[in-house]
Design a protein around this ligand. Structure first.
Ligand SMILES: Nc1ncnc2c1ncn2[C@@H]1O[C@H](COP(=O)(O)OS(=O)(=O)O)[C@@H](OP(=O)(O)O)[C@H]1O
Ligand SMILES: Nc1ncnc2c1ncn2[C@@H]1O[C@H](COP(=O)(O)OP(=O)(O)O)[C@@H](O)[C@H]1O
Length: 383
């Protein structure tokens, strides 16, 4: 999610993520409307129209480098709950994203272009090399931000550059257009003359969508046991990559040193959310099994995950009495005796989720029956 803070105490800095950065770059290069950028900033919750009394913002990349400054004010169109942007000024060159050197961010004024939506096929290269105009052509791969974040994208770019060499074309580059921008308009602004348009209708179902599943519940409720069973079945039955981010492992390797105060728990859960969303971004399935007792941290995890792909929350609501009776680690006994403080369910709260896609009581359901339900949910979120 976006981060807003003051830069050297002077101006508000908005740290943008992938699609917003792509849109900013297009707007700076004259390929997208500044107004599209304003709408995106509002829709994604970066700025709120009613709180913007004409102010200057610095738009930064995730490293905090300010790429542009912009003035925003509430929209002059009364019905439009958005912002007007003015004076969008570049400050630094972008360095994020794949294939930086061959990325098109302003109009190709001198060359004619051949458009692709994936790496050129052998027959397309052949057709191109026979053409009398091939030597004037520039090959352009037109992609979305989502497509460009997939792991095979660098390969596609390499194949595009090879194709340009083989066909004797002028060169190759790629245009990354976020879903929020008008693709047709960007292409028209970027390319003066289209020699061939080899683009194929994009079938989104072919782009494997990532998923984050959060199993939240009390210690001993069965989160890890269930998540492990789900992971094995995803590998076997769906032939997909799934990674288990177990609460205990994360505490050992990622959140070592953190305790169980509400602040430390939030930090822990958001870290898991960040790692999970990176897995999801490349089409993987991340299964997370922390207690995650607080709604606020779960919401942050959801926001991170939904930027990358899908998110589902499974509430493992095995009753406290059962978890306590299991007490595999003896921690409930210690908590009751006051030897362990801030123990969830004893002297630290568990806020029951109101946004769970599934609620499973593992004192009455077998692991097989529970994992059947989770698998069904996962399949239904994957078309
Ligand atoms: N005070 C306190 N409260 C709750 N749990 C405690 C506590 N101290 C240690 N443990 C052990 O730590 C595991 C929970 O860690 P999590 O990272 O999942 O918790 S949280 O999401 O950050 O709230 C949890 O493991 P699981 O049983 O796998 O859930 C406990 O074994
Ligand atoms: N139906 C069930 N589902 C999940 N766990 C069960 C079930 N019945 C018994 N158990 C036992 O309960 C314990 C749950 O522990 P674990 O999966 O580590 O929970 P958590 O990760 O929520 O702390 C395990 O020892 C598991 O064998």
């Amino acid at each position: 999610m976006s981060k807003t803070h003051n830069f050297q105490g002077l101006e508000t800095v908005l740290q943008l993520d992938g699609p917003a950065l792509d849109l900013l770059e297009l707007a700076l290069g004259g390929l997208a409307d500044q107004q599209d950028l304003a709408r995106w900033l509002c829709a994604a919750g970066y700025v709120y129209p009613d709180s913007a009394n004409s102010r200057r913002l610095l738009l930064a990349d995730p490293d905090g480098t300010a790429l542009a400054s912009v003035e925003v004010r509430p929209s002059s169109t009364i019905s439009d709950n958005s912002l007007d942007v003015a004076q969008l000024k570049p400050l630094a060159r972008s360095e994020h994203g794949p294939g930086r050197a061959s990325r098109l961010t302003s109009a190709l004024t001198t060359q004619s272009a051949v458009l692709f939506s994936e790496a050129p096929t052998v027959s397309e290269i052949h057709k191109l090399s026979l053409s009398t105009v091939a030597s004037q052509a520039f090959l352009v791969l037109v992609s979305s931000s989502k497509r460009a974040s997939q792991t095979d994208y660098p390969n596609q770019l390499r194949e595009l550059h090879d194709a340009a060499l083989l066909a004797g074309a002028q060169g190759a580059g790629h245009l990354i257009i976020p879903e929020e921008a008008d693709m047709q308009q960007v292409v028209q602004r970027a390319v003066m003359e289209v020699l061939y348009d080899f683009r194929k209708p994009t079938d989104e179902s072919l782009v494997q969508q990532g998923l984050v599943v959060l199993f939240s519940g009390l210690s001993g409720s069965g989160k890890s046991t269930l998540a492990r069973s789900v992971m094995e079945r995803i590998h076997l039955e769906m032939n997909r990559e799934a990674v288990l981010l177990d609460g205990d492992d994360i505490r050992r390797f990622v959140s070592k040193g953190l305790g169980f105060s509400p602040e430390d728990r939030e930090t822990n859960v958001v870290r898991i959310g960040w790692i999970a969303s990176r897995i999801s971004q490349v089409g993987g399935i991340a299964l997370c099994a922390p207690i995650a007792p607080f709604a606020q941290a779960r919401a942050q995890m959801r926001a991170l995950a939904e930027q990358a792909g899908r998110f589902v929350l499974v509430h493992v609501n095995t009753p406290l009495e059962v978890c306590e009776a299991r007490d595999r680690k003896g921690l409930y006994a210690k908590a009751r005796a006051g030897l362990v403080k801030d123990f969830t369910g004893i002297d630290s709260p568990y806020e029951v989720p109101e946004d769970a896609s599934l609620t499973l009581d593992l004192s009455t359901l077998s692991i097989e029956a529970a994992s059947d339900q989770v698998l069904e949910l996962i399949r239904s979120t994957h078309h």
